[in-house]
Design a protein around this ligand. Structure first.
Ligand code: NAP
Length: 245
């Protein structure tokens, strides 16, 4: 839940559709949760939302307050299920004690596996779904990014650790090892990576971004690829040998 104003935790600066600078705040106070849900229902012209996800934890609001409001929405039939985004296992536990959670939407990819330390075991044990976002690590896991890649102005990717030239080269070296496996299945690297992601223990959904319709169609087709456990072990053996700087 983001809130333009001075309430909540400062998130980041962005621009609106007219290019005007705005500061984004994460505000999960009771008033905001209720108001934002009702505004979403109006915008989508629907009576209920299947899965209502609280987008970021807000350090200025007790988790109990946020989820009492979410529980109220559920009791009123405005949402069917409650989920979170970017919550730790501990934060999920606190929220779940107030209102049953079904899911957490968190970053996860072949090269970004931090959630496997605590969050994945918690979710498996407690039957919570994980929606893995940025499973292509914003494009680098398609193999199309080279160390001299020219990014558009304003593209945040070159500032992230995965997109430093050394890491691009290392990730591409790993991808070149698994590319023949993709080719043997008439699949692209993107499709192989997406399929691997969905097969990963605890991962329920891969939330893949697409710049255009072609990418969206190609990515959706990843569901038709089958990976044997030996093939997954082969990918993992080489993945675990990949060291980033
Ligand atoms: N909850 C959160 O805090 C949060 C945060 C981030 C994202 N998300 C969600 O996660 C979704 C996906 O994340 P994401 O877009 O950041 O990362 P992603 O899925 O890892 O990468 C998407 C990018 O990969 C490239 N790509 C995708 N399919 C391709 C293909 N078949 N061939 C070649 N390149 C391809 C495109 O890059 P190019 O632009 O270079 O073509 C695209 O913009 C988003 O739509 C968003 O809903 C949630």
């Amino acid at each position: 839940m983001t809130w333009e104003g001075t309430k909540g935790t400062f998130g980041f600066s962005s621009t609106d559709n007219n290019g005007k600078a705005i500061d984004i705040y994460k505000y999960a106070g009771r008033d905001s949760i209720i108001r934002e849900c009702e505004a979403s229902l109006r915008r989508m012209r629907t009576d209920y939302i299947d899965l209502y996800q609280i987008h970021w934890p807000d350090a200025t609001t007790p988790i109990e307050e946020t989820f009492e409001a979410v529980l109220r929405l559920k009791e009123q039939g405005k949402i069917r299920e409650a989920g979170v985004c970017n919550y730790s296992a501990e934060q999920m536990k606190q929220a779940d004690a107030v209102c049953k959670l079904v899911s957490n939407q968190v970053p996860f990819s072949m090269v970004e596996r931090n959630i496997e330390k605590e969050l994945v075991p918690y979710c498996i044990e407690n039957n919570k779904s994980i929606l893995a976002y940025s499973p292509l690590q914003r494009g680098i896991l398609t193999g199309k990014i080279k160390p001299d890649h020219k990014f558009e102005e304003g593209d945040h990717r070159p500032k992230t650790p995965f997109y430093q030239p050394d890491n691009i080269a290392r990730i591409n070296a790993f991808l070149s090892i698994i590319k023949p496996l993709a080719e043997s299945k008439n699949a692209t690297l993107a499709q192989l990576v997406i399929r691997w992601t969905i097969e990963r223990p605890g991962i329920t959904v891969a939330l893949v971004g697409a710049r255009n319709a072609g990418q969206a169609l190609q990515n959706a087709d990843a569901i038709n690829i089958k990976l044997t456990s030996e093939e997954i072990d082969y990918i993992n053996k080489h993945l675990y040998a990949l060291q980033l700087v």
